[in-house]
Design a protein around this ligand. Structure first.
Ligand SMILES: *Cc1c(COP(=O)(O)O)cnc(C)c1O
Length: 578
């Protein structure tokens, strides 16, 4: 049956951050990148979908470091006029005793076959609004708890109002997909609407459950948004507030995750390991694992693209065919990698007094800087590492990543790494690149030789940068967390650090020391000897990373999983609750 595209939405996708390109600073990290990659994939799949988010017109933060390595976080106005189109109408979102008027800006994501998925950005910076209300769409993850609550109310309630303005009432939307709990008010607002359509509570709940999908990303209890009930009562319309189920309140707070768990028919986690961790946190709920992917066309370096175009021309429309990369001649992969590496090294040497060399094995570590990710783990005992590897060859390490401006520990670890880099006199060359963003990520995931990840086990929900590296044949060296237990075959697709533990979280010095020792041992006795003395053996691992992991940890496979396990069977809800 032919579907008229104009009056039906397969998916309305809500996300507090969406990463489309580096110029639009509307993202902070992996959550936004996943949202952007997902929306790009909707377009390639020809789904009728829209993305709904907030303008964040002053972005997240622009990072620079002072001479002591202290992060300086600036807000920068990015150019919305150049990137977006303003729609000819505004919406009114109720908040406290008044409304906040929002302009809507549109960005059209164009898929590789020309199909469009619009992304709508809410903008409250209008003269009709109070000074304070005008700031709600300025800063991603800025302000205090009350500010964040107002942002989430704009995203959730405003998003639904916008959909109705665009003529997508709930009978015209197949799925509302909430990327993390920031848009949890969507469930509550749908509940209020559905109450007018059905007579029994069960019918109402079934109806919402059949449409609402919630993806949780947060394996840390404290990471789940909670707002003071008194604040929520103040900001939400009374008719909505009184419909919040009692079980979503924890003491004097409203838990946004519980709100989404309550109303969603299906809840997904972002990796198999994350599903287990989440089910422990919320034992009454069934969590479906849909392991994340990265969008292959976004994250494959042009130098590698050329090779795949030649040997596996169908890889663009069918990234699962990257498994055939196993038969690409070794020198083709290696030469393309060296080209990407040369570009990266040239870029790095602009900022470095140390001359980084294309001939030295290079590790990359770049992501948000926050304690559980333990960015400084590899630097625990540099002298020891240098002694261990001195017989085989040297090492270069490239660090990058921003800390949230109020994350003192995250900023401390940047300063700590910066100090070590400044003081260090030995053979290992290191650099910290300022202002990590998508553009830099693209250079790094292809240009380094090994992608490093050292999170505290069971704290990384999925992680996606290692997947981006795999598209470029860059092997992953990582703690077995997030997606890595699924992609890891020791010495084949990359290497583990520490134990493959299914036990509870261990956060103590013993496990830290064990992991440092294991990392150093692997580098000294396994990885560097392979790199310097058995290049063909190293290239084999590169090809396995590409063929086994690039072919699987992409958003096409992820989307097929969503369709099969989440979007399609969503009927009466699979969530245990119903
Ligand atoms: C991919 C990406 C991330 C996420 O990296 P993780 O390994 O998942 O933490 C963060 N920031 C940028 C700019 C990225 O491109």
């Amino acid at each position: 049956m032919k579907k008229t595209k104009d009056n039906f939405l397969d998916v309305a996708y809500f996300s507090m951050e969406v990463a489309i390109n580096s110029e639009m600073m509307t993202y902070s990290g992996g959550l936004g990148v996943l949202a952007g990659d997902t929306l790009k994939t909707f377009a390639d799949f020809k789904y009728t979908a829209v993305g709904i988010t907030i303008l964040h017109e002053q972005g997240y933060v622009k990072q620079s470091l002072d001479s002591a390595g202290q992060q300086i976080s600036k807000s920068v106005l990015w150019n919305k006029e150049e990137n977006l189109t303003k729609l000819p109408f505004t919406i009114e979102v109720p908040l406290s005793d008044h409304v906040v008027v929002c302009a809507i800006w549109q960005y059209n994501i164009e898929g590789q076959f020309g199909d469009i998925v619009p992304v709508y950005f809410l903008d409250s910076n209008l003269p009709q609004n109070t000074e304070y209300d005008r700031t709600f769409t300025s800063h991603l993850y800025g302000g205090d708890r009350f500010y964040r609550l107002c942002q989430e109310q704009l995203l959730g309630l405003g998003g639904l109002i916008l959909l109705e303005m665009l003529n997508y009432n709930s009978d015209k939307v197949r799925i509302y997909h909430l990327n993390e709990g920031h848009a949890s008010f969507v469930g509550l607002a749908l509940y209020e609407q559905a109450k007018k359509l059905f007579s029994t509570h069960i019918e109402v709940i079934d109806y919402i459950g059949s449409k609402l999908v919630f993806t949780t990303h947060t394996p840390v209890e404290a990471g789940h948004d909670r707002f003071l009930i008194s604040d929520v009562k103040h900001t939400l319309p009374a008719s909505l507030f009184e419909k919040i189920p009692q079980e979503c309140f924890l003491e004097d707070k409203l838990c946004m995750t519980l709100l989404s768990l309550y109303f969603s028919g299906i809840v997904t986690g972002v990796a198999k390991m994350h599903e287990k961790v989440t089910e422990k946190m919320f034992p009454e709920y069934d969590i479906i694992p849909v392991t994340n992917g990265a969008y292959h066309l976004e994250w494959t370096h042009p130098d590698l693209k050329k090779v795949y175009d030649e040997y596996i021309p169908e890889w663009t429309i069918d990234p699962s065919s990257l498994r055939k990369a196993i038969s690409i001649p070794d020198e083709k992969i290696w030469d393309a990698h060296v080209e990407a590496k040369k570009k990266l090294i040239k870029y790095v040497n602009q900022f470095s007094e140390n001359e980084f060399s294309v001939d030295v094995c290079t590790l990359g570590y770049a992501r948000r800087f926050t304690s559980y990710k333990r960015p400084a783990l590899i630097l625990a005992d540099l002298e020891k590492l240098e002694n261990m590897i001195s017989a085989v060859g040297s090492l270069q390490i490239i660090f990058a990543g921003k800390a949230h401006p109020s994350d003192e520990k995250g900023k401390d670890s940047i300063r700590g790494i910066y100090e070590i880099i400044q003081k260090h006199q030995g053979k290992i060359k290191m650099i910290f690149l300022e202002d990590y963003n998508m553009e830099m990520a693209k250079k790094l995931v292809a240009g380094v030789d090994i992608w490093l990840n050292t999170p505290l086990q069971k704290f990384e929900a999925s992680g996606t940068s290692g997947m981006k590296a795999s598209f470029n044949g860059v092997p992953h060296l990582s703690v077995l967390d997030g997606w890595w237990p699924e992609g890891w075959t020791e010495g084949v697709t990359g290497w583990s650090i520490g134990k493959n533990s299914s036990e509870a979280r261990i956060d103590d010095l013993t496990s830290w020391n064990f992991e440092v020792e294991d990392l150093y041992q692997k580098l000294a006795t396994n990885i560097l000897p392979l790199y310097y003395q058995d290049r063909l053996g190293f290239i084999k691992i590169m090809k396995h990373a590409l063929a086994l992991n690039g072919s699987h940890f992409n958003t096409y496979r992820m989307m097929n999983d969503y369709v099969a396990k989440v979007y399609f069977p969503l009927k009466n809800g699979l969530n245990k609750k119903w």
